[in-house]
Design a protein around this ligand. Structure first.
Ligand code: CP
Ligand code: NVA
Length: 308
C-alpha cells in the first residue's frame, strides 16, 4: 500500500517525481477555468474520503477540487459527525471505509491516529496534518520555492517562531532535498530533537540560533507560522505570544536576509502577530502561490498513491 504519511518516510526519487508531475499538471491547466477537468482523468470512478478532525480551508478545498479535476469524486467527513468521534476505533473505521472508497485523506490530532488508519486501511492514506507534521504543505512549498528560484538544494531556510508540525515537515524535507535549516525561536518551543538529529544525519546543516537577526543572515527563504496551533491549548496563548514576540517576521528581519530571500507562511496567518502586513503583502512574499500549489502538489501525491 502506498501511503503518503511523511516526507521523511518517502523516497526522494518519488518526491521529485511528484513535484515534477505537479509542475506539469499546473502548466497544462494554464488559462483553463478552474472547474475544468484535466485532459486525462486518472481518478475517474474513484471515490476519495476527506476526513477532518480539525478546521481547514486550504486542505479541504484543494483536495476536493483536485480530486474533481482528476475525474474522481469526494466525500468530506467531519470526524465529530462520524462514529470515529463517538468511540468507534480508528482501525474499524479504516477497515470499513476501505470497503467504500479508494483513497483516504485525514487531518487529525495524534500521529497515532494517522498511523493506525494507515495500518488497517486497504487503500492509501494521506496525511492532511497531524500535531506532528504537515507533509502536503511542504510539498507545495518546495514546488513554490523552485518555481521562483530554482532548485532548493543547498539553500538556507530559516524557520522563525514555534518549532511546530509545519517546521517538522521542513526538517523532514531538508534531509531529503538537501537544504539547510536554521531555527530561531525560544528554547521551550524548539523543534523535536529527533527531527533535528535525523536531518543532520542525512547530511544537512541544522542550526539553532536564538537571535533572529543573526539567524536570517544569508537566508534564501524565511518561513513562519501561527504562534498557537490548532492542537495547542487556548490557555497557552498569552505565554506563547510573550515568548514568540521577538521572532515576528517584519521588514527589519527580511532586510537582514539575502536581498532575494522569499517569505512563506502556510496560512492561516495572524497578521501583525507572527508576521507584519508589510511582509505578507510585500514583494518577497509567495504565500498565495503556496496556497495554490497545495492543489497541484496534492493531485500529484494522489496519483502517486494510486499509481495513476
Ligand atoms: N495550510 C493549511 O493547511 O491550511 P488549512 O488549515 O486551511 O487547511
Ligand atoms: N501549525 C498550524 C498549521 C495550520 C495549517 C496548526 O497545526 O494549527
Amino acid at each position: 500500500m502506498t501511503h503518503f504519511l511523511d516526507i521523511n518516510k518517502t523516497d526522494i526519487a518519488d518526491l521529485k517525481t511528484m513535484l515534477s508531475t505537479a509542475h506539469d499538471m499546473k502548466q497544462a491547466r494554464k488559462g483553463l477555468p478552474k472547474a475544468t477537468p484535466d485532459s486525462d482523468l486518472p481518478l475517474k470512478d474513484h471515490m476519495v474520503a476527506l476526513i477532518f478532525e480539525k478546521p481547514s480551508t486550504r486542505t479541504r478545498v484543494s483536495f476536493d477540487v483536485g480530486v474533481r479535476q482528476l475525474g474522481g469524486q469526494t466525500m468530506v467527513l467531519s470526524g465529530s459527525e462520524m462514529q470515529l468521534g463517538h468511540g468507534e476505533t480508528v482501525a474499524d473505521t479504516a477497515r470499513v471505509l476501505s470497503r467504500y472508497v479508494d483513497l483516504i485523506m485525514i487531518r487529525t490530532f495524534e500521529e497515532a491516529t494517522l498511523l493506525e488508519m494507515a495500518e488497517y486501511a486497504d487503500v492509501p492514506v494521506i496525511n492532511g496534518l497531524t500535531n506532528r507534521s504537515h507533509p502536503c504543505q511542504i510539498m507545495a512549498d518546495i514546488l513554490t520555492y523552485e518555481e521562483h528560484r530554482g532548485s532548493i538544494e543547498g539553500k538556507k531556510v530559516v524557520w522563525a517562531g514555534d518549532g511546530n508540525n509545519v517546521c517538522a515537515s521542513f526538517l523532514h524535507a531538508a534531509g531529503k532535498f538537501g537544504f539547510d535549516v536554521t531555527f530561531t525561536g525560544p528554547e521551550v518551543l524548539n523543534p523535536e530533537q529527533v527531527f533535528v538529529d535525523e536531518a543532520r544525519k542525512a547530511g544537512v546543516a541544522v542550526e539553532i540560533e536564538r537571535d533572529p537577526t543573526k539567524a536570517v543572515k544569508n537566508a534564501d527563504l524565511i518561513v513562519t507560522d501561527t504562534w498557537v496551533s490548532m492542537h495547542d491549548a487556548p490557555s497557552a496563548r498569552e505565554r506563547r505570544h510573550n515568548l514568540l514576540r521577538p521572532y515576528q517576521v517584519n521588514d527589519d528581519l527580511m532586510k537582514a536576509a539575502k536581498d532575494d530571500a522569499l517569505f512563506m507562511h502556510c496560512l492561516p496567518a495572524h497578521r501583525e502577530e507572527e508576521v507584519t502586513n508589510s511582509v505578507m503583502d510585500g514583494p518577497q512574499s509567495v504565500i498565495f502561490d503556496e496556497a495554490e500549489n497545495r492543489l497541484h502538489a496534492q493531485k500529484a501525491v494522489m496519483r502517486w498513491c494510486l499509481d495513476k
